[in-house]
Design a protein around this ligand. Sequence first.
Ligand SMILES: [Mg+2]
Length: 276
Amino acid sequence: MDFIFQRTYRGPLKAVVLDWAGTAVDYGSFAPTAVFLRLFESLGVTISAADARSGMGLMKKDHLRTILSRPAAADAWKSARGASATEADIDNLFEHFVPMQLDVLKDYAEPIPGLQGTLKELRQRGIKIGSTTGYIRSMMDILAPEAAKRGYQPDCIVCPDEVPAGRPYPWMCYQNAMQLGVYPMAAMVKVGDTLTDIEEGLNAGMWTIGLSMTGNLAGLNETDVKALTIEQKNEVRKQAEKQLYQAGAHFVVDGIWDLTAALDKVQARLSQGWQV
Ligand SMILES: [Mg+2]
């Protein structure tokens, strides 16, 4: 046999899986950053905002571990605490982090501009709306109802503590597929603002769209972004886009308001027989 034949999905997109902070709500992804800074400060350890943002997208305990693996944060910990952070320290930090994060989450539930219009359009196209997050369920139990009050209610929410592991593993996306009743994975698109969002989607065999201006990589709120000059905005966009594309994103757009246009491009590739 000289040729083998391969089956390729060419049908319509059926679902998107949105990240939460920096993608659907919390412009600039500030909720976790603020809490990590305060948490370390309360222990006499000063870390930079860049270190606090370094593990964004991961389950929050993995995020903590990532922060403490960064040289500057590791040094700050060691000089303040007298020894390098251990796994027991990370357990302890996480225990303190959870109630602090729960306390402030309701203040970070505002949908990012354009979310409602985008979702309305997707629903009209028959596309389902799933979601994954780095927040554990107890956090989503606070954030999701607050977001719902403000008009954002995805069809399903999967948290990292409900599957064997969070990002970059694909399990939360598979759970979305099951709960939404959608397959194949090539009919689904992961949308997120962090590199682990993109990895998660690719690991699940999904199309991926990165968001450059509203998330963790830009690290700016809406007011900050509006205050940028065109040149500054281009520079922020360029830096974020570069990282998201290097992580393997199929397309990168500024924010959720541009999602339908990006989905059209994914659909065009699908229809032409491109594979994820
Ligand atoms: Mg995010």
